[in-house]
Write a protein that binds this ligand. Structure first.
Ligand SMILES: [Zn+2]
Length: 133
């Protein structure tokens, strides 16, 4: 093994984030859309809901409220009445993830929403934190 190669390895190690030994870094899915007349269809909606481990209906309702639009889920796609920009939907999705998916303590996406005495709690599977939503 040459010295150069070892230098390369050292540099490589420096660039690896501290939490690399744990789970892979979570990436929020990117919204894919297509236009259908005056409607906007999120074609990978089912995948998005699955990736962030939330119910399609719930995510749909949140996005509609935030976007001030109406729409519904149709076999894995979300059909929005109105023409919306992809970036607009993406930023609402990001907001949803920050509010309802990522643990505020450790930022793990491995969480679930529980309902206790009418209050919704975000429970983290990674660190065990419980935070009201
Ligand atoms: Zn946590």
């Amino acid at each position: 093994m040459t010295q150069d190669y070892e230098d390369l390895l050292d540099r490589g190690m420096d660039e690896v984030p501290d939490d690399a030994s744990g789970s892979e870094r979570f990436e929020l899915p990117v919204v894919d859309t297509r236009k259908e007349g005056s409607r906007t269809v999120v074609t990978n909606f089912g995948d998005i809901a699955e990736t962030i481990n939330r119910q399609e209906d719930r995510l749909c309702k949140y996005l509609m409220d935030e976007l001030g639009a109406s729409g519904r889920v149709e076999s894995g796609e979300m059909v929005i009445n109105g023409e919306l920009r992809r970036g607009e939907i993406q930023s609402r999705l990001k907001q949803f993830a920050e509010d309802y998916v990522f643990c505020p303590e450790c930022e793990s996406p491995d969480t679930e929403v529980l309902k206790e005495k009418g209050v919704e709690i975000l429970k983290c599977q990674a660190c065990g934190a419980r935070n009201p939503i």
